[in-house]
Write a protein that binds this ligand. Structure first.
Ligand code: UFG
Length: 330
């Protein structure tokens, strides 16, 4: 039984491929390498360079490797970009996911795990937010993922096909063994940006908004370690293989940290000071979003192992230093 991981050369996908190969699973990665890296694919996994919407190629992979589950990460992930290029996001995230699902159904793949997002909730106004909250995305990114969730539900109702959609909160950190981490150039995510400032790669950073109704006026998020997130997918795979019904789960720790608290944690963990400018709100940011996680804990039996913001930022920083070294050598 081989697992197909789309986007397995990217940040979260490469951690998934590591988690699967560490667990002794056979893995094929399908990635078009537009944002992923060949080196990020674990040596034990097979890399196919191609597009998830290439139904012929996916059909061949399914048949040649005996694929029995697909974990689908490939997609576009920058919320503000989705606002300026909505059709690009609907194409890449929604239309291409439809093609991948069609190939899965045609090839008789019974199980599918999908990277969804907390962005499907928009500004929930309830904290922590439960899976049955009203879904009101604030960006085309969130809508593109919600549309895929809806397609999955309809597909599962019509075919011999079950799925789990995992709604990620803010993913951060790096492989504790230092084998992978967030490597995207032009990063926009808070912890990565703060770690780049700590290494000196950038001169400083900005805090977007200080007048939110939160503990210190800055936005609150629920940061989950990327390896715990990958382990949530393993738990979902086990759940589907056991014949359980399709479902949706939040992935977070049920604990929020403000932007200011995260920056302080980066400064403390690294022992480096850097310039922080307080600036205007960034468009589209909800004030606070924290996951209710009783469902994933109870139903999938998932328990976090890296639930420590200081460790998360320390590992993100270690990876940032590794990248800086890599660049010097390259
Ligand atoms: N922030 C700053 N300065 C920066 C970068 C970010 O103040 O340089 C702030 C943002 O304004 C926000 C918080 O830090 O308040 C977190 O921002 P990120 O860009 O790190 O992450 P988002 O919360 O915007 O988005 C992330 C994922 C999405 C997902 C969403 C769900 O990137 O894919 O979480 O909550 F949908």
């Amino acid at each position: 039984m081989t697992v197909l991981v789309t986007g397995g050369a990217g940040y979260i996908g490469s951690h998934m491929a590591l988690e699967l190969t560490d667990a002794g699973e056979r893995v094929v990665v399908l990635d078009n390498l537009t944002t992923g890296f060949r080196w990020a694919v674990p040596p034990k996994a097979t890399l196919v360079v191609g597009d998830v919407a290439d139904e012929k190629l996916v059909g061949e992979i399914i048949a040649d490797h005996g694929i029995k589950a697909i974990i689908h990460f490939a997609g576009s992930i920058v919320v503000p970009d989705s606002v300026t290029d909505p059709l690009g996001y609907y194409h890449n995230n929604t239309v291409k996911s439809r093609a991948l699902m069609a190939a899965a159904v045609a090839g008789g793949v019974p199980h599918f795990i999908f990277s969804s997002t907390a962005a499907v909730y928009g500004n929930p106004g309830e904290e922590p937010v439960r899976e049955d909250a009203i879904l009101k995305p604030m960006s085309p990114y969130g809508t593109s993922k919600l549309m895929t969730e809806l397609m999955l539900a309809d597909t599962a109702a019509a075919h011999d096909f079950s799925y789990v959609a995992l709604r990620y909160f803010n993913v951060a950190g790096a492989d504790p063994q230092g084998r992978s981490g967030q490597s995207t150039p032009r990063a926009t995510h808070l912890i990565k940006v703060a770690c780049e400032a700590a290494t000196g790669k950038r001169a400083g950073m900005q805090v977007f908004g200080t007048d939110y109704p939160t503990v210190d006026g800055t936005c609150v998020r629920d940061y989950i370690h990327v390896s715990d997130l990958a382990r949530a997918h393993l738990a979902a795979l086990k759940y589907l293989r056991a014949g359980n019904k399709s479902d949706v789960f939040n992935c977070g720790y049920s604990r929020g940290y403000s932007v200011q608290q995260v920056i302080d944690a980066v400064k403390t963990a690294t022992g480096r000071d850097f310039k922080v400018d307080l600036s205007e709100r960034r468009a589209g940011d909800p004030a606070a979003i924290v996951a209710a996680t009783d469902k994933i804990r109870e139903t999938l039996g998932w328990q976090p192992k890296h639930d420590d913001i200081n460790n998360i930022v320390a590992q993100a920083f270690a990876w940032e230093e590794h990248l800086a070294q890599f660049k010097k050598c390259g």
